[in-house]
Design a binder for this molecule. Sequence first.
Ligand code: FA5
Length: 334
Amino acid sequence: MTAIKDSFFSDIKSVNSLNDLSGLKVKYLGKKGVLTSEMKSLSSLPADERPSYGKKINDLKTLIEAEIDRLESGLKNSEMKQQLLSESLDITLPGKYTPFGAEHPINRTLTEIVDIFVKMGFSIEEGPEVELDYYNFEALNFPKNHPARDMQDTFFVGDNTVLRTHTSPVQVRGMEKRRPPVRFIAPGKVYRCDADMTHTPLFHQVEGLMVDRHVTFSNLKGILVTFLHQMFGPETPVRFRPSFFPFTEPSAEVDIGCIFCKGAGCRVCKGSGWLEILGAGMVNPRVFEYVEYDTEEFAGFAFGMGVERIAMLKYSIDDIRLFFENDIRFLRQF
Ligand code: FA5
């Protein structure tokens, strides 16, 4: 018995972790442990020696159990201390810098445009970016093989599908869904095979459409002048120039007085004193025929503007590509 006790006390000297301790527990107290096999050997002793030997084994077992418990709580304490130490924060270290961004100038401009029209009673309409030829061209009075299709450099997806080149197809989809009165705007992404300082393959447009009885060109002018004055300031000069779009008749290009030179003529406005800002016109009756609106009863106007264009003018940015480079130094300025 003394030998077992001695070997136990020599074994515990090399216990350094809870893992070591559990090995020791198995060795002495486990099912096949030293003390258990001592207990089993009791049956081979003469009957009168068994009680005293049994008591010795039990006393040693109690001692070993108590010693293991003591070691266990000691080890648990020191392991916890070590863990706490390793997880402690060094508040003298410099903090990690997480750069934070800002709302993208295009989103910001888009929200501003949408808010102005929503306040004037326009609702918001959406359409798909992968669009059928029918909505992007045909129902907007761009006949097949008509040279007007060359006005927009198209990305084709399939025989009959394109990446929409403008938001005007949403006019047709929106009108198919309801009868007049109609008054909505359609903001969204559009795509053209085009890239230079003022053109990118992906850009944003906001379309506008209003159809009702007695809608006139004066209404179009009133709405657009109100919008442009809210966007660029109440003193901004606005002019309408005759233009051509297959889906509006008459059509106009709308300019604002150059906000850089105040009309005197500069590099940005190419000396003219005016900046082109959007396309507009009265809805061509041919488009109404596609959506089965009575052309005698109803009239409407539509307009479409490039959001990047407006953001460039508003924030004096001369290269459109800056919007898409994700340079945090540029984006943080807004
Ligand atoms: C149109 O897209 C017509 N759908 C607008 C319209 C709607 C007219 C309703 C009448 C009635 P346009 O191709 O001119 O028109 O484009 C409109 C605006 O989009 C341009 O004034 C310009 O600001 C912008 N834009 C055109 N191409 C690009 C491009 N590649 N990158 C950035 N902006 C562009």
